[in-house]
Ligand binder design. Structure first.
Ligand code: C2E
Ligand code: MG
Ligand code: MG
Ligand code: MG
Length: 285
């Protein structure tokens, strides 16, 4: 009997797999359409320069309003985009829209865009980005690119060359989710990064762990030794912000600073957001 159950389960499992493959293909095709038909949209989360007391850039985060599934978050379609090769078109869409949006509404703040590590395997990233900057008339000095440290592991020589080209254009490169990868600080330093973004898991852990606080303090110290701008991601509380200011962190990002919002909301509320954060920072002194 158990054997029977087992084989039934296997049949079910197979049917399940087949269904998943079909659904995946479907989602893949729908994502291609979504890019063409502007079903994607961007929200922007402020990055606050603690020393200067102002918002110096916003991170563009992609969303997909799917006709049947509703709102999809990046974790639900970025991996698919990476595996199917759609990521190149998706990134181009994000870059064009982010540069156009921010260039149109602001003349001082920068925008940062997430790039998948696999895109650094090709040598044409630089060309693609140059094209976007030309098409949108957006200054390279106001574009930041975020990439996880795995970029330095999969095809290091090419990644290094591409990054150097981007840096020469005036673009700033940031290591995203810092601390979750495997690359050593020393190795990372040989790449032309402008800054690091400490992963939010470290910031969350500061709540109830003295050792997590001390790790964050040390990462910030190391970042400074290597002349890197240090951002803390995922700041949700006054206490976390207070600690980070004490540790001389450069840039603050997180729900406590500001949630990701639409371009319209950003435009209407930039000053309010800025004043609120300033007050919150001052309150910690
Ligand atoms: P990320 O680049 O590390 O972005 C930060 C994520 O943390 C965002 O999630 C943001 O909404 C969220 N977050 C910000 N502050 C807080 C906070 O205080 N608490 C908590 N719990 N979360 C916070 P989101 O928008 O869901 O994006 C998830 C990831 O998807 C991003 O992580 C990034 O790796 C990827 N992603 C987003 N947009 C794009 C894109 O346009 N292209 C690519 N390749 N990846 C993207
Ligand atoms: Mg990011
Ligand atoms: Mg990321
Ligand atoms: Mg991150």
């Amino acid at each position: 009997e158990a054997k029977n159950l087992g084989s039934n389960n296997f049949v079910l499992y197979q049917a399940d797999m087949a269904k998943q493959i079909v659904q995946r293909r479907e989602l893949e095709n729908e994502l291609r359409e979504a890019i063409k038909e502007d079903q994607l949209f961007l929200v922007y989360q402020p990055r606050f320069d603690i020393h200067a007391g102002r918002i110096h850039s916003v991170e563009a985060l992609v969303r997909w309003l799917h006709p049947r599934h509703g709102l999809l978050m990046p974790d639900q379609f970025i991996p698919l985009a990476e595996e199917s090769g759609i990521i190149t078109d998706l990134t181009d869409w994000v870059l064009v829209n982010a540069c156009r949006d921010i260039g149109k509404e602001f003349n001082h703040i920068s925008v940062s865009v997430n790039i998948s590590p696999i895109e650094f395997k090709d040598s044409d990233v630089t060309t693609r980005i140059k094209n976007v900057l030309a098409a949108t008339h957006f200054p390279a000095e106001r574009l930041e690119l975020e990439v996880t440290e795995t970029v330095t592991l999969c095809s290091p020589e090419n990644a290094h060359t591409v990054m150097q080209e981007l840096k020469t254009l005036g673009i700033r490169l940031l290591i995203d989710d810092f601390g979750t990868g495997y690359a050593s600080f020393y190795y990372l330093h040989s790449f032309p990064f402008h800054g690091i973004k400490i992963d939010k898991s470290f910031i969350f852990a500061m709540n109830d762990s003295q050792s997590a606080k001390s790790i964050v303090e040390k990462i910030i110290g190391l970042g400074k030794d290597y002349n890197l701008e240090v951002t803390a991601e995922g700041i949700e509380t006054q206490e976390q912000l207070q600690q980070l200011i004490k540790y001389k962190c450069d840039v603050a990002q997180g729900y406590y600073i500001g949630r990701p919002v639409s371009l319209e909301a950003l435009k209407d509320n930039l000053h309010i957001i800025e004043c609120n954060i300033e007050a919150r920072c001052d309150a910690t002194l």
